[in-house]
Design a protein around this ligand. Sequence first.
Ligand code: HEM
Length: 127
Amino acid sequence: MSESQSQSQWERAGGEAAVKAVLDRFYEGVLGEPQLAGFFENVAVDDIKPHLAEVLEVVLGGPGARTDIDLAGYLTEAHSGLGVSESDYALTGQVLMDTLEEFDVPADIQETIAGALATVQPFVVAA
Ligand code: HEM
């Protein structure tokens, strides 16, 4: 098996250091969007980043991926009461995908993340 096949998508994306850099850039993008910035006015985004990195490690099959997270319950709880609309969600997803493109993240990994964005949308968007 070639190295690229034996490594997880998490490792091929560059592992923790690369994900951290992507998330830094992603939150810069989010905070730069007037439609989104208000959600994070009273939130320390630096506290969210490690949690989002954990979620991404699960999605991308990293070696440290937690097996004890109930993603549906966790994400529903984290966003309950925020009133995130479909449009807010779509814009956030766009910022994330743009960031992945900016970092030249391989296409198959972008596809995995796009799929995860579609899967978790019901847990984040307000009913
Ligand atoms: C794309 C899918 C998303 C994922 C995977 C995600 C993931 C997370 C995670 C892991 C946390 C941290 C929870 C904790 O600290 O325990 C969080 C918090 C938060 N998220 Fe999201 N999120 C998503 C989309 C969004 C969107 C679209 C918005 C608003 C536009 C948003 C706004 C927030 C806010 C404001 C917090 C902080 C809540 C608080 O501390 O009171 N998230 N998110």
